[in-house]
Write a protein that binds this ligand. Sequence first.
Ligand SMILES: Cc1cc2nc3c(=O)[nH]c(=O)nc-3n(C[C@H](O)[C@H](O)[C@H](O)COP(=O)(O)O)c2cc1C
Length: 447
Amino acid sequence: MKRQLHLNLFIHSRGHHEASWRHPASSPLALTDIRYYQDLAQKAEAALFDSIFLADQLALGEDVAQAARTWLEPITVLAALAVVTNRIGLIATASTTYTEPFNLARQFASLDHISNGRVAWNIVTSWLATAARNFGGAAQVSHADRYARAEEFMKVVKALWDSWAEDAVIDDRAGGRYARPDRIRPINHRGDFYQVAGPLNMPRCPQGRPVLVQAGSSDTGRRFAARHADTVFTAHMAKTTAQEFYADLKALAAAEGRAPDQVLILPGLSPMIGSSEAEAQRMAHEINDLTDPEVGRKRLSGRFGGHDFTHLPLDHPLSPEDFPDPESVEAARSRTEVILNLVRRDKPTLRQLLGYLAGARGHLTTAGTPDQIADLIEDWFTDGAADGFNIMPPLLPAQLEVFGTEVIPLLQQRGLFRCAYTGETLREHYDLAWPTSDFQETALQGA
Ligand SMILES: Cc1cc2nc3c(=O)[nH]c(=O)nc-3n(C[C@H](O)[C@H](O)[C@H](O)COP(=O)(O)O)c2cc1C
C-alpha cells in the first residue's frame, strides 16, 4: 500500500478566519454550546479524519469586544466528544507551565479510558504573556525556563503513566483480590521543579500512554518535539520552509534514537474551497472584507510579547526594524520568525500583513477548487514537506463539509487516504508503535 496521509481537523472558533464568527455562513450556535463541537467531531469522523484538535490559551484575548474570544476548556470538551464518537482521535491542549504533572497525567489517562484509546495531549508551554498573570506571578516564565520545566514535566508524566503494569488489575471477586501491588509502583521523583511520589491512582490507559503532540518550532522546541512528540503541528507559508522543517525534525528524531516515521509532521492548511477558482477567490475576499485591522493589530502585539504597534500607519510598507528582535521575545519564537520572513520577503504594508494573518494566523491559506487543494496536499506530501495536514477550515462547519465531500474523495481516488478506519485507537490511525513500559524489566531487576 502507498504511504498514507494523516489528516487532523483543527477546530477553532467558527472557523480559522478571524472574521468567521460574524460570517452569515458560519454556525449559528454559541461557542459555549457543546453541540457545536460534537457536530464537528462527528462530521470529521464521517469524513474519516485521523483526529480533531482543540487549542487553548490561559487568558482572555484583549480584543474580545470585536472578536469571538470565548471557548470551552478543552479537556472537559474531549470528555463530551468521546461519548458521541467511536473512532476519531481527540487531541486537547494543556500547559506544562501552569499545571501539575500529577493532575495532567490523571486527566489524560481518564480521557484515554473514556474514549477507549483515542486521546492525545498537545503539549504547550504557554507563550502568552497575559497567561502568567492568571497563575500567581506577574512576570512571564522565560522561554528557556518554560522548556526546562516542560522537560522535567514529561519525565514525571511518562513515569506516572507507566506506574501500572498492564496486568495490574485482576478484579477477582471470588478470591477478594482487586489488584496486584507488585505490578503498581511509586515513581519517587524529586527534581528541580517537581516532587511526585506516585503511583498514578488509576490503571494503565488503553493506548499505554496518550499520543503526544507538540508544536514548538524554535530550536529548543524542535529538540523537545524530537524527543517526545508522536505528531508535530507546524505553521508554514511556503513549501520550502516546510521542507526545511521536515528534514530538520526527522534528523533530530533520528539523533534521539527514534525512527523518523514515528514522528508525524502536519503543517497547517486553511483552504477556502469553491466550485471554481473564481468562486473560491470571491468567498475569500468576502470574508476578508469583514476583518477589522485593529483586531489584527492587537493580535500582532500579543504575538510579539505585547510590543506596541499602534504608531505604525496601516498603509506604509513594513521593514524588520518595525518589529522587536525575535531573540528578545519570550512568546512563541517560531511564529515571530514566520512573520518576519514574510516582511523581509514581500515588504507588505501593515494592512496587507494583518490581512494575511487574518486568514489563519501564519499558516498556509489558499483558495481554489477541490482538485487544486488535493494537488497541493499531494505535492507537499510527496515532496518531503508533510506527512499529512492540520486542516484549518476558514469557516465552520461549511468549509469542513466541502473538504469532506469534495477533497477527501479525490485523495482516496489517488490512493493517498483511507477509505475506512482500520484501527480503533488514535495510535493505530497514526501508525504509531505501541509504547513499551520498562515496568517488566525494572520489576524483574528489583526482584
Ligand atoms: C498548530 C499549532 C497549534 C498550537 N496551539 C497552541 C495552543 O493551543 N496553545 C499554546 O499556548 N500554544 C500553541 N501553539 C504554540 C506552540 O505550542 C509553541 O508553544 C509555540 O510555537 C512556542 O514555542 P516555540 O517558541 O518553540 O516555537 C500552537 C502552535 C501550532 C503550530
